[in-house]
Ligand binder design. Structure first.
Ligand code: ADP
Length: 398
């Protein structure tokens, strides 16, 4: 069974092709296109590359195309795209203006090009479906809640990968199996005591921290929108809601302009005075740029804030995991986030932290650390392909 996973950005299309045959899962090939002007052309080029490479004879050989959509009103989990799902996504365009519109557009174009192939989406919110209600409610009037204003949490595919993989690395096959079956049986698979408690830090162009108990997400730093939680590359992160009306009145901003500034001129970029890539921010900080230094400090402060929140919620932790572009590659950021936590049972092995090899898993805690500190390269596409396959098997769509 061959499943294509397509990652749709506003001007990019990245893809990976997986094969699930003979009880094995294999990544056959991957590729992508940047600066895409015409999405239909990019889809054609993607299918062309798969055929030219001999990976598929024709698109009929694809059992499904899997996607990683962000959010839809009233819909989560792994679903087959249809007009109703796309309309539910469009209903929340305003919550994810950088993500939802290109996804809806891309999925429509795929549907036009491949009308007979199931197009499946694993929503980024899906991982938190079983979070306690108290962790998902904002204290807003009921009418706001009914419109969909609540905490959702994102980066679900990545945090789910960490839930599975960390459980394997910690020798808890029972929890790994529960995490694998999460969307099929709602996290009900039996696991033995004690509970496995993992805090997952997905730190990248966009960042979130999630709490995971026995393979199930109990909450995340991102709330209603992917603009919340930690400062993002150019998106704001957490902000008191009254900053918006205050600034609109004080600076005469229109709603559109205020939204643009929060979505495009904020986060690391806003703090550092223009640098939205953490590598540049760190380099500037090292050269003495005070704004960049502050940007790093704010980012670290926020990351620690959320790690602390889940440490309490989980009654401690068995593992603190770093993943994604920053989490996997920046020893400096990991060091800053883990500093001075020995009284909580977290002790970093600085030498091991400095020696992490790009793309490889590593244990970076000291031998006496009660909490294991791990680096695990994430694999969101694999999670999507696996869920798409389970969906096909469950619904006999294959
Ligand atoms: P996304 O998919 O959200 O864009 P990634 O997980 O690919 O994010 O992470 C990309 C980000 O990771 C880059 O913007 C960069 O800031 C950061 N990054 C990559 N390598 C390093 C590094 N060595 N040190 C610090 N940050 C890094």
């Amino acid at each position: 069974m061959k499943i294509l996973v397509a990652n749709l950005g506003s001007t990019s299309l990245k893809y990976r092709l997986f094969d699930f045959s003979n009880d094995q899962e294999r990544l056959l090939t991957r590729g992508g296109f940047e600066r895409v002007k015409d999405y239909a052309v990019a889809i054609e080029s993607c299918l062309g590359e798969l055929k030219q490479g001999g990976w598929i004879r024709d698109e009929g050989e694809l059992a499904a195309v899997g996607f990683k959509p962000i959010i839809a009103r009233g819909i989560s989990g792994c679903v087959k795209f249809d007009d109703q799902v796309l309309a539910a996504m469009e209903a929340l365009n305003g919550v994810a203006p950088a993500h939802n519109p290109p996804y809806v557009n891309g999925v429509r174009l795929f549907a036009r090009r491949m009308p007979n192939t199931p197009l499946l989406g694993l929503f980024e919110t899906a991982f938190y479906q079983w979070a306690p209600e108290a962790a998902t409610r904002y204290a807003v009037p009921a009418g706001w809640h009914e419109k969909g204003v609540r905490r959702y949490g994102f980066h679900g595919a990545s945090h789910k990968f960490i839930a599975e993989r960390s459980a394997e690395l910690l020798g808890r096959q029972d929890v790994a199996e529960r995490a694998r079956q999460l969307y099929v049986n709602g996290g009900q698979s039996p696991v033995s005591e004690p509970a496995l408690r993992v805090i997952s830090c997905h730190l990248g162009g966009s960042s979130s921290v999630a709490g995971i108990r026995n393979g199930v997400g109990i909450g995340a730093s991102m709330g209603l929108s992917p603009q919340s939680g930690l400062p993002q590359n150019n998106r704001v992160g957490d902000l008191d809601s009254f900053a918006l009306p205050f600034m609109m009145r004080a600076a005469g901003l229109t709603l559109d302009e205020a939204e643009r500034q929060l979505c495009q001129e904020s986060g690391l970029k806003g703090l550092s005075g223009g640098y939205n890539d953490m590598r540049d921010v760190l380099a500037q900080a090292a050269q003495g740029n005070a704004q960049a230094k502050l940007a790093v400090e704010v980012y670290v402060h926020q990351a620690r804030h959320w790690v602390g929140a889940f440490f309490l919620e989980l009654n401690g932790a068995d593992a603190l995991v770093f993943t994604a572009g920053i989490g996997e590659n920046s020893a400096e950021l990991r060091e800053l986030i883990c500093r001075n936590l020995d009284q909580l049972g977290l002790a970093l092995n600085s030498a091991a932290n400095a020696q992490v090899v790009h793309g490889q898993e590593a244990v970076i805690s000291a031998p006496n650390s009660r909490v294991k500190i791990l680096v695990i390269p994430t694999n969101e596409e694999l999670v999507i392909a696996r869920e798409a396959r389970r969906f096909l098997l469950k619904t006999n769509l294959n």
